[in-house]
Design a protein around this ligand. Structure first.
Ligand code: GLU
Length: 375
């Protein structure tokens, strides 16, 4: 048994291939099982948030498109058509169990801006407190590359710190993590619990391709890093175990558990690393890299070689070494054009009425990207 006695708030993510069959029709029995499990959990005062895929696949079904559309506009149209169908199915099943659902559609930039993120957190909080199930998907009808999250494993993990979820369960068409691909190797061993997500774990995972879904095992491991560093537990589990949801939440050994990591990074650092896309980057010289490797220090113009991108002050940017590796991420005091003007200069050479701050990025606004934070 797992020690889940403190689990009070959970996020579930269900993938397209678990919800939509090969003929691109909804699996009504899966939706029904979900709602029936939700009913038991709500009765035990567990709060639930559902992240669901399936919109694009259902939209394809409605339009009779056998293959995934490549054209962005058609994909967006499928999402718009399928999303309303999806909610129709959820609402119908929820009604049967006396459950109320609310729909929220998100893109990556909803996580980027602190005040938008606050409104999102407040709205989710109000739903959860009233035993409403928020049903969340990416806003695919409006998602273009610059603003999309791209897959719902990541989307679900980004929500963990927003609602302080104790547990994220990714329901998928796989049982969890194996040390080798179980489809190829009959001696593949199932991994029940992962304490540390390192290169070895990533190496175990082969490329996973499914006709209807987006996220493979790699996105699930990335989601595990984001979740566990936000102090949440995460489970990958086969969607044929939806019926056992209550048992899973109570701690039965089902699926692979990635254990929450406490107090590794602050919530502000988590926001900077995972929830904000960098608007540009600065390249720093070897001396500055060495100083940063030893301890978290402020980035001064003197160590900056070049700046890329077009951004304003207060943007989150990447700090790269000369080989292009991202070694840190932080909030800049200066815009890209200002950095371009003061790069390479000593403090005494630029401090003035216009350039009042000596640091381009203050140490308090900087996160060093250590290996264990990378996904
Ligand atoms: N948001 C997409 C959809 O509803 C799916 C993304 C995913 O499967 O990760 O079709």
């Amino acid at each position: 048994m797992r020690d889940f006695k403190d689990v009070k708030r959970i996020i579930l993510k269900i993938g397209s291939s678990s919800l939509v069959d090969n003929k691109l029709k909804i699996k009504e029995d899966v939706i029904d099982k979900l709602m029936s499990s939700f009913k038991s959990l709500l009765d035990k005062n567990i709060e639930i948030c559902l992240v669901t895929s399936g919109a694009i696949a259902l939209g394809r079904g409605e339009l009779g498109l056998e293959k995934k559309p490549q054209e962005m506009a058609l994909k967006q149209a499928c999402a718009a058509i399928g999303q309303s169908k999806l909610m129709e199915y959820y609402n119908e099943a929820a009604y049967k169990y006396g459950i109320i659902c609310g729909q929220i559609l998100l893109n990556h930039d909803d996580f980027q801006h602190r005040n938008r993120l606050n409104f999102l957190a407040q709205s989710l909080e109000a739903m959860l407190k009233n035993k409403v199930i928020p049903i969340i998907n990416e806003n695919d009808a409006l998602a273009v590359d610059e603003i999309k999250v791209g897959d719902n494993d990541t989307l679900a993990s980004l929500l963990v710190p927003v609602i302080n979820a104790d547990l994220l369960i990714l329901f998928s068409d796989i049982d969890g993590l194996y040390d080798k691909n179980p489809k190829e190797f009959s001696d593949a061993k199932f991994i029940n619990c992962v304490d540390r997500i390192d290169d070895e774990i990533y190496k175990m995972v082969g490329i996973n391709s499914s006709n209807v879904g987006t996220g493979g095992m790699k996105t699930k491991l990335d989601a595990a890093i984001i979740t566990t560093l936000a102090e949440g537990n995460m489970i990958i589990c086969n969607s044929n175990r939806i019926i056992d949801l209550e048992k899973i939440v109570l701690g039965d050994d089902i699926g692979t558990l990635f254990k929450a990591k406490k107090h590794i990074i602050s919530s502000r650092e988590h926001w900077i690393i995972y929830r904000v896309k960098a608007s540009g980057d600065i390249l720093i010289d070897d001396g500055a890299v060495k100083a940063l490797n030893n301890k978290k220090i402020s980035i001064l113009p003197k160590g900056i070689i070049s700046v890329n991108g077009n951004f304003l002050a207060d943007a989150v940017i990447n700090i790269k070494d000369k080989s292009g590796n991202v070694i840190a991420k932080g909030i800049t005091n200066y815009s890209s054009s200002e950095i371009d003007f003061i790069k390479g200069l000593k403090t005494t050479e630029f401090l003035s009425e216009k350039y009042r701050k000596k640091e381009v990025i203050h140490a308090n606004n900087l996160v060093i990207i250590r290996e264990d934070l990378l996904c």
